[in-house]
Design a protein. Structure first.
Length: 164
């Protein structure tokens, strides 16, 4: 093997390794940025909806127990804003769902209830029956420092996965 061929192979290998390393770094930073953006958006929306519901329930704490259909859940367009909302009681019963969720059933949405009962937020990723991935971000619904249930924001993560 000539020195020219050895140098060509060495430089080609070095260039290939550099390109692969650069690609891994770009992909990792893009993944971290998109994941953080999706989670921050869901957290912000969950807090906004929980605050709106808490203000609505401030005057009548027992409305959620007696007639959950009287709760006004802000309607949002699932495809424009990429999220839906459901309100669950601490017993695991779904009290109200936004209409834009349609027939989307969330498996294991009750897994957030122990953290909610402790006053903490909870997030997890789930798949529905159509194999669509969702981020479910849950925050406690507090009225007068009493936790009545959970506000769960459901945000599809398919756009992030598609971008990656």
């Amino acid at each position: 093997m000539t020195i020219r061929l050895r140098l060509t192979l060495w430089y080609t290998t070095l260039l290939g390794a550099t390109l692969i390393l650069f690609s891994v770094i770009v992909y990792s930073s893009l993944y971290a940025t998109l994941s953080a953006e999706v989670e921050d958006n869901a957290a912000r929306q969950a807090e906004d909806v929980a605050n709106a519901l808490a203000q609505q329930l401030q005057l009548d704490v027992f409305i959620i127990r007696n007639n959950p259909t009287d709760i006004f859940v802000p309607e949002v367009d699932l495809f424009a804003n990429s999220f839906g909302v459901q309100v669950t009681g601490l017993d695991g019963k779904i009290l109200k769902r936004s209409a834009n969720l349609g027939e989307v059933e969330l498996p294991d949405f009750q897994q957030a209830l122990p953290a909610i009962a402790a006053g903490e937020t909870h997030k997890y990723y789930a798949h529905d029956s159509r194999n669509i991935s969702f981020l479910v971000y849950s925050v406690p619904l507090r009225v007068n420092e009493v936790i009545l249930g959970a506000v769960q924001v459901i945000q599809p993560v398919t756009t992030s996965v598609t971008a990656l």
